[in-house]
Design a protein around this ligand. Sequence first.
Ligand SMILES: Cc1ncc(COP(=O)(O)O)c(C=O)c1O
Length: 404
Amino acid sequence: MSGMDRPSSTPFRFPVAARYAGMESSPLKDIFALAAKEGVTSFAGGIPDRELFDLGPVQEAYDWVLTHRGHRALQYGVSEGEAELREQAARRISRTLPTDASQIRVTSGSQEGLFVVAEALLEPGDVVLVESPTYLAAVQAFAVHGARMVGVDTDEEGVIPEALEEAIRTHHPRMVYLIPTFQNPTGRTMGVLRRRQVAEVLQRSDVPLIEDDPYGELSFTGSTWAPIASLPGMGERTLLLNSMSKLMSPGVRIGWIRAEGPILDTLAVAKAAISMQSSVVDQLTVARYLETADLDAHVRTVAEVYRERRDAMARAIAPILPEGAHVTHPDGGMFLWAALGEGYDAQTMLADAVEAGVAYLPGWSFFAEHADRSTMRLSFVTHSPAVIEEAIASLGEVIARHPR
Ligand SMILES: Cc1ncc(COP(=O)(O)O)c(C=O)c1O
């Protein structure tokens, strides 16, 4: 044994960066563990129904790309994203906000988009204002860059403009992060007037907006909402994130950021530092799919199925909620949000629920601060109405056994 050797009884432990300390697990990792548990009907994840994937046209697009663009598809690409995909993305966004392909930066899903944004904009100690509650994995992407999240009060239409203005005055945030349409986790949508009021606040205070819109096209009513980025004066001060995950496939990992001006260069540099570029074969395939398939028709079909499931869950959940509880009734997207009310703890209740064969996501993790522990997020998209009804009935029995 040389002097450098040491007994191997203590296992080696990598020193971990302070910003990841205590994050050995994450609520998001736990969702997927719950969703995978056998015999459990999980409403925990925002996981599209795989039976609804547009498999044939996607396969045709992959075949076409590998047959006609094979050498390019398998080679390195550019950090900004492949031209064909940027053109298709610009074409879709231009329905409500005139956009050129040069204003698109491709990302590997919106989750990477949020990371790219954080990388490009945030200094340790910066404040990010978020809706209360908001998307937990965005909070995580910002937090590992040293940002401090401050939650802004919301009502049935999302963030309250007066509360936003007050929070900006108090906290001097680096940016505001909002999900205005079919929000995760509440399913709520900001109306047109509310969007204008929020835009006015942001323009008065000169704070940039990160507008995350992965669900906007999944409308159950036929109505869609133009992004806040499309309001006068907002295009230049908004980074708009879109994703193919909920519309076409989360497995392809393709999304994009729409921006204007010099920040586009910084976003490309940040993207290059993180992953060089997104998968070229997947980018070209999504571009081909968008060019040749009818994504709008596909989304209409999916939304029709999701609407039936929303109805099934809304019907099943109403009678099982305790008096004074509140549940949202979203016009699109994937989630219902229930607040059981004072005295209930959805986290404590989860073990019993899983035991009874049903899982949801406790709501506390969606709050940057002042968590309402009686809340839960339920995704209605993954299971059939019959399965939903049965599992919600089981949840009702669990709630009844947990009186406040
Ligand atoms: C609001 C929001 N933003 C971003 C994402 C990330 O999605 P993806 O990386 O699959 O595009 C999700 C996924 O659930 C989400 O709900």
